[in-house]
Design a protein. Sequence first.
Length: 452
Amino acid sequence: MKVDVLILGGGLAGLSAAYHLGERGVSSRLVVEAKATVGGTAGSVTTGAFTFDYTGHLLHLHDAYGQALILDLLKDNLAVHERKAWIYSSGAFTRYPFQANTKGLPPAIVAECVAGFLETVHRPRPLGPNPDFLSWSRATFGDGITRRFMRPYNEKLWRTPLAKLTTEWQGRFVPKPSASEVVYGALTGNNALFGYNATFRYPVRGGMQSLPDALAGRLEEGVVRTESPVTAVDLREKVAQVRGIGEVRYERLVNTLPLNVFLDLAAPLPADVKAARKDLRWNTVWNLNLGVDRPAPADKHWIYYPEKGFPFYRVGFASNFSPNLAPEGHAALYLEAARPGGARVDRDKLEAAMIKALREAGLLRRSDEISAKIWMPVPVGYVVYDRARTPAVGTIFRHFAALGVESIGRYGGWKYSFMEETILDGKRCADRLTGGAEAPEASPAAALRALK
């Protein structure tokens, strides 16, 4: 089999690349996906009357083109929600984000957090050009907020000492409030809409699976082949081995698989790229989904648990995103724990600890019946932004550029991003492959000449 563009992975990045290439007149393209359905970690699994996502997948739309495309794809199957996110620490619930909402904590802790933040305003700490995340957090939020939330939560999530993390990843994900917002949040606890994800969208029906399904529905028959895992890629000969298809020869290759996985399938690789591969670090999100025979708390979408006494870092109530994810009178929950990538995990032991902690947190009663239970781990959950990450990715991507290989999306691009950005990655990739932002009416011949 021979195609102009071979796309590895049928998640949002791969489907978006295929869709936008088609819009630019490139018909000879193939998406190969290992699973029986498209979507990757933006997909859903149905068990009994429950539908579960791979943890909480929510749509935050900030780009005009991305918003227009997603709204067109899902049309009336999309609802807007105001975020109801909470944090449980020091025996109290406070609103998210912690740095702007400390009311409800013990008074001494509120004073510690507010005084520490105001100190950063009046006596700012100098930071070098490339600070570690711990130093940045102390300089940005003060010692109190760092001690009470930023450090314990992020170490629980990243499974890496914060002094070894850079600040390249945080951007909009860790917003800094003003001094007045910190004081207001300490007195009223009502900065509910602070931060980039203050509102979000979620499908009314079908879980997040409805988004990749809608995107795949825009492609011609045969462009996507499911149950077709890639087993090897010869980068020199431009040939991929695909189970169920055989040899696929390509002119250009687009990878959306996790970068570490793709490199382990690809050959030949020079010594510097092999060394860079060893410098890639990530965590695995161990996602346990539960169906429970009573409704979820009406005032919460999800809760963060920064303290070590809880084995999960977050618990979410997906049936509060859409009641169609669970039968009437039931709740769909997701629990997230993180471990270093590649670490061995006793899943039965972790499950027992999670359910015990749910009961201790008052989220599960002994009389509650667990109607559904399914593990949906995300092998590469978060890319670890340590000091080795950016130089390693630079080495790998320079080699890819010389070969005409694109590696995109959250996992192929080895970065921290969200669904809209992943879809835009696919569009930008199509633009590059066709020599720029080709108009939709450009001829297929012109697009193919650009590819070659």
